[in-house]
Unconditional design. Structure first.
Length: 309
């Protein structure tokens, strides 16, 4: 990733983050979790940070639910995000292995992963901002194969550097979206795994508009395109918080979608079919517990040509 010069504000924000990190490190985890709950309440009820976006998203995704349910789910989503932040700070200052001990990877999923890696084409993982998404990448890397995750750079370059150190301590590397094509293809060529968080607005340019919770959403073609061009299988990787632990699992997404297609089917059709498959899978996974999903992002910001915002 390109090096950017931090501003005075960036440095102040980073010092504040480090101060919070030190406090989190000395607090027992149950106390830190209660602090995360308090921060979530402050962010949602007092500061109202992206509250309207969150509630609007939930109204679009779950029109059948009432206002009370949407507010309860929104609060849960803020708490989930605060817990992710606390856990990331603990990984930065503490022992990452202790954090990974709380992640239970389904044995059948690990066998699936090892079998696919043995084929030599690598694996393209797709996931979303649910539970602790950093930990699904870390748990995948812990299986023992070279792993990289495609990330969106932060506005504050010092945050980027801190997150990169956390990811390295958790056992995986990151590739910025600007260098994603070259970086992902290199990882797959070397027989590694590339994980892509592909659930956010992709912008109107070069995106596929795929129904997501019943409304067309600008969707990244990257996961499907990498799978089609490299021959790597497309696999969904998910992590679900269950009390003070996490359960992680993988599902192969490409077999039923591409099986039966004529051999001369063009790349565009294959990519579209695979993209629909992973978006449908993401929606199904989010419905397990909508309160663990990051609803603070304007997922339906970009609209198809000809449709009003």
């Amino acid at each position: 990733m390109a090096t950017r010069r931090p501003s005075v504000q960036h440095r102040f924000e980073y010092l504040l983050l480090r101060g919070v990190g030190v406090a989190v490190r000395v607090l027992p985890r149950p106390v830190a979790d209660r602090l995360a709950t308090l921060l979530a309440v402050v962010a949602f009820d007092l500061l109202r940070i992206r509250r309207r976006v969150t509630l609007d998203n939930l109204a679009q995704a779950f029109p059948e639910e009432d206002r009370r349910w949407r507010r309860k789910t929104a609060r849960a989503a803020y708490r989930s995000l605060a817990l992710v932040g606390m856990e990331s700070l603990r990984a930065f200052h503490g022992d990452p292995a202790r954090l990974l001990e709380r992640v239970d990877l389904d044995p059948a999923s690990e066998r699936l992963y090892r079998d696919l890696m043995a084929q030599g084409h690598g694996v393209v993982f797709v996931s979303g901002h649910y539970g602790n998404w950093e930990l699904i990448a870390a748990r995948t890397a812990a299986v023992g194969y070279p792993s990289a995750v495609i990330i969106q750079e932060q506005r504050n370059p010092l945050f980027d550097e801190a997150l990169e150190r956390i990811r390295r301590r958790l056992g995986f590397n990151s590739v910025g979206r600007g260098a994603a094509v070259r970086g992902v293809l290199r990882v797959l060529k070397d027989g590694g795994a590339a994980m892509i968080l592909a659930d956010q607005d992709a912008g109107p340019r070069d995106a596929l508009f795929i129904p997501f919770f019943g409304r067309p959403a600008a969707t990244y073609q990257g996961p499907a395109l990498f799978a089609v061009r490299s021959g790597a299988p497309l696999v969904g990787g998910w992590i679900h918080r269950e009390g003070d632990r996490y359960r992680a699992w993988y599902e192969r997404l490409d077999e039923d979608v591409l099986d039966g297609l004529p051999a001369d089917t063009d790349e565009e059709t294959r990519v579209h079919r695979l993209t629909e498959a992973y978006v449908n899978w993401l929606e199904r996974m989010i419905r397990i517990d909508p309160g663990q999903y990051l609803w603070l992002h304007r997922r339906w910001k970009s609209r198809p040509p000809g449709e009003a915002v």
